[in-house]
Design a protein around this ligand. Structure first.
Ligand SMILES: [Zn+2]
Length: 148
């Protein structure tokens, strides 16, 4: 990986490890691709090859920072634990973003105007602060927002 990719960001701690990184081009989801069957995986260690694949050529990759909204729903109730946020974020969107690589990833949609959401909108991956830990760090997850 190049120097501009950061596994950590000062003052921010991923809620779950090894799922995304910060780069000069924004937050990028960590994935892996099998060059034999051209299947992308997420998380990168969750390998689901196509039947008959020799499973030999798996490579870690970062997904594009941008994709398109493939599907979404608007939630009017909080996610159950272990999901944790400071305060009530309802209503909020959960979307499936399709990346240029062809894989779809689900995540929170950070958009104040949920009524404006439409399938096909250009989206970008961001980080989102769920809560602060006792040391004052932001505990973050990946999320998506509409590119305006
Ligand atoms: Zn494969």
């Amino acid at each position: 990986m190049s120097m501009e990719i950061m596994e950590t960001m000062e003052g921010k701690i991923p809620r779950l490890p090894d799922l995304f990184v910060w780069t000069a081009e924004g937050v990028k989801i960590r994935s892996a691709v099998c060059r034999d069957c051209n299947t992308y995986f997420f998380p990168e260690y969750h390998a689901q090859h196509r039947p008959g694949c020799p499973r030999q050529n798996v490579e870690r990759v970062l997904l594009n920072n941008r994709g398109r909204l493939a599907s979404y729903t608007i939630q009017h109730y909080m996610c159950p634990p272990p999901f944790k946020t400071t305060g009530d974020i309802t209503p909020y969107g959960i979307g499936l973003v399709e990346f240029p690589e062809g894989i779809c990833i689900a995540g929170l949609i950070m958009e104040s105007d949920l009524e404006s959401l439409k399938i096909g909108l250009p989206m970008e991956t961001i980080d989102y602060t769920l809560y602060q830990d006792e040391a004052g760090n932001d505990v973050v997850t990946w999320a998506f927002r509409v590119i305006k």
